[in-house]
Design a protein around this ligand. Structure first.
Ligand code: FAD
Ligand code: NA
Length: 387
């Protein structure tokens, strides 16, 4: 068997974008390995057999971007529906429309404020603390939106996300808490938004569908390392700390436990995502997947629906790493790992795990396109050093 021109570790959006560009633009033979039994990384989805509903296996994934280059690129592999994401929040027996907007403010305070009146109210309530003086997350949030909204919509949810009281959390976790003084309740404010018409897995499969790309699943890089390192250029999208055997210590992550169930009702909650803002309710959100694709109503089994309860917690060694915690200690470790990564011959580190960064899908794709332009094409087309 001849060696590939390039080895890509990880078949998520970052790895598949690199593989697709290298095969299509440069005519390379690319071997993509993933230790999971499926492609797609965390964007992977499958249709639940009983109900016909597409389930995102690693948490709800909504595509959105304002990056025209990424939008043009992704449309080569899939069409998008006109789905617009909205999120509702339950607090003390009432359902509110998020993100915090004029509708929420008026419902919460039982008023009919105009935008100017609501602005004035929140300015008064947030005057209690100056943002520069905030010593913890609670004080920071109160300084931005005032205590009443903080206590209802931020306190319990944040405590559950972090398993930590917000007075014990760093004020740096939040930079802004946007409040909209209109009734606009679209969750994203990007130019483009939608869900892949035939689902995420069809999209990801199409990206890998090229004679120059071979995907090998259930294959761990740690078992191939000896054969390839130093002889074949590698793009590595696995965890950077794991690559170096945690020599600088483990980077910390939060994970989410996803409890999936089929309910015997046609419609469980009337929308895709409901946040649970009360601290006493142990889950953070409930996802009801059929609402992401109202256009598929005929393929969904009537009288049944698939829901997922989400529970957030600190990740242990064997958990799926989802959100980087990014403490000062983590940042110090990351700097040391970055130095090691730079010195690693013929290996480029990318993606959310390889760079220890939360990346939305459009950011993972955009950053892979940049790596292709700036590092990979110059190497193969002009003989520039690979890494
Ligand atoms: P991944 O998708 O994680 O792919 C990395 C792959 O590398 C994995 O398949 C892994 O198995 C493989 N791998 C790791 N180590 C090895 C090894 N040693 N050998 C072989 N294979 C290995 N983005 C949005 O735009 N919208 C959303 O609504 C959204 N929701 C999200 C919800 C959750 C809960 C999470 C966690 C993420 C969400 N994202 C969302 C982000 C999205 O999942 C990422 O942008 C995307 O997964 C990044 O792709 P990636 O290729 O960098 O990483
Ligand atoms: Na303030």
């Amino acid at each position: 068997v001849s060696a590939p021109d390039l080895l890509v570790v990880g078949a998520g959006f970052f790895g598949l974008t690199i593989a697709e560009r290298c095969a299509t633009e440069l005519g390379l033979q690319v071997l993509v390995v993933d230790r999971r039994s499926h492609i797609g990384g965390n964007a992977y989805s499958e249709v639940d057999e009983q109900t016909g509903v597409e389930v995102h296996k690693y948490g709800a994934h909504l595509f959105h971007t304002s990056n025209e280059r990424v939008w043009e690129y992704v449309n080569r592999f899939t069409g998008f529906t006109d789905y617009r994401h909205r999120v509702f929040g339950k607090y003390q027996g009432q359902i509110y429309s998020l993100p915090m907007n004029l509708g929420l403010i008026n419902q919460f305070f039982g008023k009919a404020h105009t935008p100017a009146q609501a602005r004035e109210l929140i300015a008064e309530q947030s005057a209690e603390i100056a943002t520069e003086d905030a010593a913890n997350l609670e004080e920071k949030a109160v300084s931005l939106i005032g205590r009443p909204l903080y206590e209802a919509f931020i306190k319990g949810y944040t405590a559950k996300q972090w398993q930590t009281d917000p007075t014990e959390l760093s004020p740096d976790i939040i930079t802004r808490l946007p409040v909209r003084y209109t009734y606009e309740n679209g969750w994203f404010s990007d130019t483009h938004e939608g869900l892949p018409v035939d689902g995420y897995t069809a999209w990801l499969t199409k990206m890998a569908d090229h004679p120059g790309i071979e995907v090998r699943l259930e294959t761990d890089f740690r078992d191939l390392r000896e054969d390839y390192l130093g002889s074949v250029p590698i793009v590595y999208t696995g965890p950077v700390d794991e690559y170096f055997d945690h020599s600088e210590g483990r980077l910390s992550w939060r994970t989410v436990d996803l409890e999936q169930s089929v309910e015997d009702v046609d419609d469980f909650q009337g929308t895709g995502v409901v946040n649970y803002n009360d601290q006493e309710v142990p889950w953070t959100r409930i996802i009801e997947f059929k609402h992401f694709h109202p256009e598929r109503v005929r393929t969904h089994l009537p009288g049944k629906t698939v829901i997922v309860h989400e529970y957030s917690r600190f990740a242990e060694a064997d958990d799926e790493p989802y959100y980087p915690i990014n403490t000062a200690e983590d940042r110090a470790k990351l700097l040391r790992y970055r130095e090691k990564a730079q010195a690693e011959p013929m290996v480029l580190f990318g993606g959310r795990l390889g760079t220890y960064q939360y990346l939305d899908m459009h950011m993972a794709i955009g950053s892979a396109l940049s790596m292709f332009d700036n590092r990979i094409r110059p190497h193969f087309a002009e003989g520039a050093p690979f890494a």
